[in-house]
Design a protein around this ligand. Structure first.
Ligand code: DAH
Length: 351
């Protein structure tokens, strides 16, 4: 056996007996690597006479391709074996009980905010915002609320200690109505339809009052916007919101300084099987306030009351949510109780 034949046979023996792919790689490097045994032989060709170089060169190359072929075949076998071993040791037990992960959910107020915004947008109402830290001017004066009005007292309103300016003291807004005036000052060319949804603050705390809550405000102004538009819109809006085919509205005369005439809006309902049903029955539930915008409020928004008129309305967001989804204690909305959240929250997945 020639030297080179010996190299081949010992090499093939090693390949056949390699126990894993790592070992196979080592063999490959030892033979065919930069300083491998076969590579060294190829290098030594340089010193051979021309005629011998051709013969020996061809021989080495034939051996090289034989070794490579054997390595490839062996690699495939080893890979399959290793995969099988891995699969049999790393199996997944699908019968194991799942690990429960608490998942987040949509807060009922977020859900209803979205519902209300979607419906109001259908009528062309545009969402607007105002600051939660307001001034006496926008919260009261611009809305025709007189200086001596009880709502202005420290008893009801949170005043903020901050230097006063010509708009009076700063306070946490007590309603979203100041957004009416602020929106008009941005665009006071009727016709326009604005709505806002946001936090308001009053010094109150019990099962039906929290110091912070949310209101929905609407304002529609044009040449001939009348009470009948308000009535139609409120009826249609509330039918869509509660998902009922018919609904009766009762408009009760009321008083708000920023509307004249003013109304309290009730809808009919009945209790059936412990559930409240809207649109049937002869009981009345108050859901909103509204009216025809007072000329002084239009003036605050730089809108000429001799040319234009409109309606405004206000809802309590928590109240609408409670009526639709059956939450009884207002404070629960803001307590972040996980059990409450799981009972009343909405999944991200289903609608
Ligand atoms: N701002 C009133 C409140 O907080 C609610 C309200 C009533 C808003 C009548 C209006 C309205 O826009 O027209 O009690």
């Amino acid at each position: 056996m020639t030297d080179i034949e010996k190299l081949l046979s010992s090499c093939l023996f090693e390949i056949d007996n390699a126990i894993n792919t790592k070992k196979l790689d080592d063999i490959k490097i030892a033979v065919l690597g930069k300083n491998g045994k076969l590579t060294e032989r190829l290098k030594s060709l340089r010193n051979m006479p021309e005629d011998q170089r051709k013969i020996v060169g061809a021989e080495i190359n034939a051996i090289k391709s034989e070794i490579l072929k054997r390595i490839e075949a062996k690699a495939l076998t080893l890979e399959i074996l290793e995969l099988e071993k891995k699969l049999s040791s790393e199996f997944i037990d699908v019968s194991m009980p799942a690990r429960i992960r608490p998942s987040g959910c949509i807060h009922p107020l977020t859900k209803v905010t979205e519902e209300v915004a979607n419906i109001l947008s259908e009528y062309g109402f545009v969402f607007t915002e105002g600051p939660e830290i307001e001034t006496e001017y926008y919260n009261f004066t611009a809305l025709n609320i007189p200086d001596h009005h009880p709502a202005r007292t420290m008893h009801d309103t949170f005043y903020v200690s901050y230097p006063t300016n010509n708009e009076g003291r700063r306070l946490l807004r007590t309603h979203t109505s100041p957004v009416q005036v602020r929106s008009m000052l941005v665009n006071n060319t009727p016709p326009f339809r604005y709505f806002s949804i946001g936090r308001v603050y009053r010094s109150d705390y019990d099962a039906t009052h929290t110091p912070m809550f949310n209101q929905i405000e609407g304002l529609m102004v044009g040449k001939d916007i009348s009470f009948s538009h308000l009535k139609y819109m409120m009826t249609d809006f509330l039918k869509k919101f509660f998902g009922v085919p018919k609904l009766e509205l009762r408009l009760r005369p009321s008083f708000f300084p920023f509307t004249e005439p003013s109304t309290e809006i009730d809808i009919n309902y009945e209790i059936k099987g412990g559930r409240i049903l809207f649109g049937s029955g002869d009981k009345w539930m108050e859901v909103a306030g509204g009216g025809i915008v007072h000329p002084n409020v239009l003036k605050s928004g730089n809108v000429d009351p001799d040319q234009y008129q409109g309606f405004a309305f206000g809802f309590g967001l928590e109240r609408l949510t409670s009526l639709k989804y059956g939450v009884s204690d207002l404070r629960k909305y803001f307590e972040s109780d996980e059990r409450w959240r799981n009972a009343f929250g909405f999944s991200y997945v289903t609608k």
